[in-house]
Design a protein around this ligand. Sequence first.
Ligand SMILES: [Zn+2]
Ligand SMILES: [Zn+2]
Ligand SMILES: [Zn+2]
Length: 206
Amino acid sequence: MTRALVRLEPPYTRSGGSYGDAIPLTRGPRLVRTNGMGRWHRPRSGVHLKRFSRTVLHVWCGQAIHVGDAITAVNLPADELLCGTCEGRAVGAGHPGTGTPLNEALLFEPRSSAPPPARCPSWRLMEHEVSGLPYRGVFACPVCGEATRTRAAGGPYNSHSVVEGHAPGPGLYAPCPFHRWDFPALRDGVAGCGCGAPTRPQVVAS
Ligand SMILES: [Zn+2]
Ligand SMILES: [Zn+2]
Ligand SMILES: [Zn+2]
């Protein structure tokens, strides 16, 4: 039988100062999430704040969750996701794994390989770059190739053109290894990352 409560780490903190009447919890729920969270997390430590009659769990991935706002679980519900950072850190620190099979439930989405944004990053182009685009009518977005247009933005004292928002097309430039699509820039009308790093993988000979 799986135990309802598991051992927690002490609520160690590197910052000084008094924690007043906070009582460290030695045991806590195995899994926790709020209604708004798309995945379960693993409590690392917890404190009960007497003064506020609140209990706060700190999960391994770094978030703090008020128990009053949370749902807890002993076992991972079928078809639900588990925070990969929480599980990896907890298991690495010697706590038992959440269960098997788990691989499909583990979720970690590094920003370094995130999919293209829902909105074409052409909205990040500099004003002087946008001013070089057709003023009227539809044209191919220089960043992604989708048909788009410019529109006026700003008030009477700072009016300028912006590229109308649209979902990125298949012509979106390859992501920069350092900045993904965060800093688009045009060089001779060709889009790429503003940092100029090559976006094709480089093979470095040893
Ligand atoms: Zn987590
Ligand atoms: Zn575009
Ligand atoms: Zn870059």
